[in-house]
Design a protein around this ligand. Structure first.
Ligand code: FES
Length: 249
């Protein structure tokens, strides 16, 4: 009986998520064009295995040839799991993908309600553990953004510089950091267990920072999702020679 456009947000959510899932899956299986100069696509970072510059070297000879292998497939489960179990995303994709319910005060196409206290959705509680991994990824991506400021000359000596790609990568880590540090689980970890947090100044200050980001969690969820995909596209197109990365200095 709702007469307003309640279906617009779930539809946009469905389209946005679907586009990201299709693109990121395609990019993760490519296994090439993920590095350009000092730029490394966030889908492939940290590059644990797969090339001479990877942390543990090239793909090992014993790796089964029938199994798909790229550096992205080794690591993407962690940020993917973090997003999939995020409190905001759960609310969004329950509505958009399986109409549970599609919007407030709109009927759903089922009678029973199982909630998140039973299998399989009870597994969403693993989110707090994905948070620990996501925090490590922020450190790694910060390192990548710093590396993106050092360009090798013809003789291999590296010089400080800023390119458009550097800015793209710095914005990427800022947005991902704003999303991760606004996580509900982190907010609980920092101050949620404390009765009188105002009596602990350092903890209170950190709690207020996380709460500020948490209030915009949906915004940063979308901005960081879009920008992480854009960063991969930027590095990919530069590596393919389609785009020319401009050096600002
Ligand atoms: Fe969204 Fe933790 S609740 S990232």
């Amino acid at each position: 009986m709702r007469k307003d456009g309640w279906w617009i947000v779930p539809t946009l959510t469905f389209l946005g998520f679907s586009a990201f899932i299709v693109y990121s899956t395609w990019a993760a299986f490519q296994g090439e064009h993920y590095r350009f100069g000092p730029y490394l696509s966030p889908f492939y970072s940290p590059e644990l295995l797969g090339s001479a510059t990877a942390w543990f070297g090239p793909k090992p000879a014993w790796f089964p040839t029938w199994m798909p292998f790229t550096a992205a497939l080794l690591i993407l489960w962690a940020p993917g799991g973090f997003r999939f179990t995020c409190y905001y995303y759960r609310g969004a994709y329950y509505k958009a993908f399986w109409a549970d319910p599609p919007a407030c005060a709109v009927g759903e196409p089922r009678n029973g309600y199982r909630g998140e206290r039973k299998f399989p959705l009870v597994l969403q509680n693993v989110h707090r553990y994905f948070l620990y991994l996501a925090l490590i990824f922020i450190l790694v991506l910060t390192y990548d953004a710093l590396q993106a400021m050092w360009f090798a000359d013809a003789s291999g000596v590296r010089h400080f510089g800023i390119g458009v790609g550097t800015i793209v990568m710095v914005i990427n880590v800022c947005l991902l950091g704003s999303y991760t540090f606004g996580c509900h689980s982190l907010r609980h970890l920092i101050g949620g267990r404390c009765d009188e947090i105002s009596k602990r100044p350092t903890q209170f200050a950190a709690y207020k920072c996380v709460s500020g980001l948490n209030r915009r969690h949906m915004l940063f969820a979308w901005l960081s999702l879009f920008w992480v995909g854009f960063t991969d596209i930027y590095v990919r197109l530069c590596s393919m020679g389609v785009l020319h990365d401009i050096r600002i200095f």
